[in-house]
Design a protein around this ligand. Structure first.
Ligand SMILES: [Zn+2]
Length: 629
């Protein structure tokens, strides 16, 4: 447990210096909520620093010791030493020296081998080079996004050093007892899409999520007096679905220049999806609300947190992100306010069940007096079949299709559902080719950089047994019309996994056009189909689909292929799982606020929760402000 430090920055820095009288400290700074010391004392830097450990427990602050850049040896020499010390099998992919921080980033496919037993190899690197080594995992499937992102962060290290220090100073600018806490609903209430919540105290203004509403021009209400972008202290992103993060870059366009808190995989996937969103908007002839420049700004201002890492983000708010079981890096967001006065849990989207990829959503926090919960499947009728049944149904239909010589088309969202399908097929020993079309490959590549976010079983398979389901050779990347045509002409039975998930744009529509007529083929729905989408229409029984041919003429294509909808692969909890999660919290909540559901679901779920928990339950409309304390 860390306690709030009420003293001013200068006092805090003095205290640190006075506690280490024999140490040559050349600089002392903040990096977000952490304190960083730079030293010219080589011996102190390379020895096990008992004094620092004592100071950490005294100040209840994380402290990092770094070398003053003047003592680091020449980068070229250091590189040779590192390559000599680290075993070849570690597969070092990149070495980046950041003199501003006195660090060297070692990116390798097997980080464990860089670290060595008990951290021995790293200690040697530190001793011989006088650089502070930081180890990162290289994705097993090369990812352009991960590469570009890491390059941006690396190139901007001078900017980030100043920025992180400023963020730290703001966090430590003194704390007064919190008099009140309010929540304003800017988007995603009594609707699905454009999630955005403003959490305020007299000291702090924090925005939780900022998404788009796919398929519409509706954005969160940022144009209201309640929301002043210049006064915003921090922004938190729960996960990388566009309805939660699609408008994050826009905040940097309208003048926000503060920190963005999220997990590293959320950052990477957010960039991929926002880039795609820009492209898609342009293709449809509409002007996207921001450009790649603002996506880059969001990256520059990102502060990545690990799950369960507790971090001060304003003078009176402390943030913890915990696994939400929903997508890679997705989080339930816990905010501890006013030195324990009140705790808010914003669940965002969560799955309280084990999936092929993730553990169930975590509830490992002590208290949550106010809970804001999603209600996507919050109605009594929302009962999902058992996960296992859904998984075997998927494998069966894929096998059935290829055995009769057909092609099985699975339209899928690029993030999560696709990797879920890949993991299920790989685990079932499926032997026919599975072609991966659209953005899915890039999203999967990002997944391979973060195996520690998967469930224990999958982690063990990848990290200990060396069996990565995503590198299974049945998966083949395709991307061009030429490649697609070749597959059709070869008449080879196979599975095609393709975006978009609701058959609205993307290569999945091309595939459907070419597969619909032949009854040997099949169309497998594995995710949510929104009203008005082609996917929903087919589910409702459309027997013909209008398609434009190569001459621009509209023709009707008969739908003869087998159509199967698999429920139960959802990344959301059904009503029972939602209630189970909330029932198993350590403390009974005082108030539950329902969001992220159709109007009727929000209302019904709030009533259901009231019956069960006998506490205040609300399903506010958009633009309401609720006093939490
Ligand atoms: Zn989501």
């Amino acid at each position: 447990m860390i306690f709030m430090v009420e003293e001013k920055t200068t006092d805090l820095f003095e205290k640190v210096k006075n506690s280490l009288p024999n140490l040559d400290i050349s600089d002392i700074r903040f990096e977000g909520c952490e304190i960083v010391l730079y030293t010219k004392d080589k011996e102190f830097f390379t020895s096990d620093t008992i004094e620092i450990k004592e100071l950490v427990s005294k100040l209840k602050k994380r402290i990092i010791l770094r070398p003053d850049p003047s003592i680091c040896i020449d980068a070229e020499k250091a590189e040779k030493i590192i390559k000599k010390l680290v075993p070849k099998e570690a597969e070092i992919k990149d070495l980046d020296f950041e003199p501003e921080f006195g660090t060297v980033i070692i990116e390798a496919e097997k980080p464990g081998l860089v670290i060595g037993k008990g951290g021995e190899t790293l200690k040697e690197v530190k001793k011989e080079t006088l650089w502070l080594p930081v180890v990162k995992r290289a994705p097993v499937i090369p990812s352009d996004v991960v590469k570009v992102l890491r390059e941006i962060v690396h190139k901007e290290s001078a900017f980030r050093k100043e920025f992180l220090d400023k963020v730290g100073k703001d966090i430590h600018s003194g704390w007064k007892p919190t008099e009140w806490i309010r929540l304003t609903t800017l988007g995603g209430f009594r609707e699905v899409g454009r999630s955005a919540l403003l959490l305020q105290t007299p000291e702090s203004r924090v925005l939780l999520d900022c998404g788009i509403k796919p398929g519409t021009n509706e954005y969160p209400y940022l144009n209201v007096p309640e929301f002043d972008i210049k006064k915003l202290n921090a922004v938190v992103v729960s996960h990388a679905h566009l309805d939660h993060c699609g408008m994050i870059p826009y905040l940097y366009k309208i003048g926000y220049d503060g920190p963005l808190y999220l997990t590293a995989p959320t950052r990477d996937l957010m960039v991929l999806l926002c880039m795609d969103y820009i492209e898609l908007s342009q293709r449809e002839g509409s002007t996207p609300p921001y450009s790649t420049k603002e996506i880059k700004e969001a990256v520059k201002h990102s502060i990545c947190l690990d799950y369960d890492e507790v971090s001060d983000i304003t003078p009176d708010m402390r943030l913890t992100l915990l696994n939400s079981g929903h997508v890679l890096g997705g989080s339930v967001v816990h905010v501890h306010i006013g030195n324990g006065m009140h705790n808010v849990l914003y669940t965002s989207d969560y799955k309280f069940d084990r999936t092929a990829l993730f553990e169930p959503a975590s509830n490992k926090f002590q208290r949550a007096e106010t809970i804001i919960t999603e209600s996507t499947y919050g109605s009594r009728e929302d009962i999902m079949p058992k996960r296992q049944e859904a998984e075997s149904q998927l494998v069966d239909i894929c096998k059935r299709t290829v055995e009769r010589g057909g092609i099985a088309l699975i339209p899928s969202f690029a993030v999560e559902r696709s990797q879920d399908v890949m993991a299920i097929l790989s685990r079932a020993g499926f032997e026919h080719p599975v072609y991966i079309d659209g953005m899915i490959w890039d999203a999967t590549a990002i997944h391979t950089a973060y195996p520690e976010y998967f469930n224990r079983e999958l982690q063990k398979l990848i990290l200990q047994q060396g069996e990565n389901p995503f590198t299974n050779e049945i998966f083949k990347r395709i991307g061009s019309t030429e490649e697609r045509k070749k597959i059709l002409e070869s008449k080879e039975p196979c599975v095609v996994l393709s975006t978009s998930g609701m058959l609205v744009g993307g290569p999945s529509v091309w595939w459907l056009k070419n597969l619909a007529e032949d009854e040997k083929n099949s169309l497998i729905f594995v995710g949510y189909q929104a009203e008005g989408s082609l996917g929903k229409r087919i589910q409702k029984g459309w027997k013909e689909i209008p398609m434009e041919n190569s001459n621009g003429k509209t023709m009707a294509v008969p739908v003869n292929l087998e159509i199967v909808t698999i429920k139960g692969l959802s990344g959301h909890s059904d009503q029972k799982q939602l209630v189970n999660y909330l029932s198993r919290l350590k403390q009974k909540p005082e108030r539950i606020i329902v969001d992220h559901g159709e109007n009727s679901k929000c209302l019904e779920f709030a009533r259901t929760l009231h019956r069960i928990f006998r506490c205040e339950t609300l399903s506010p409309r958009l633009l309401e402000t609720i006093r939490l304390k």
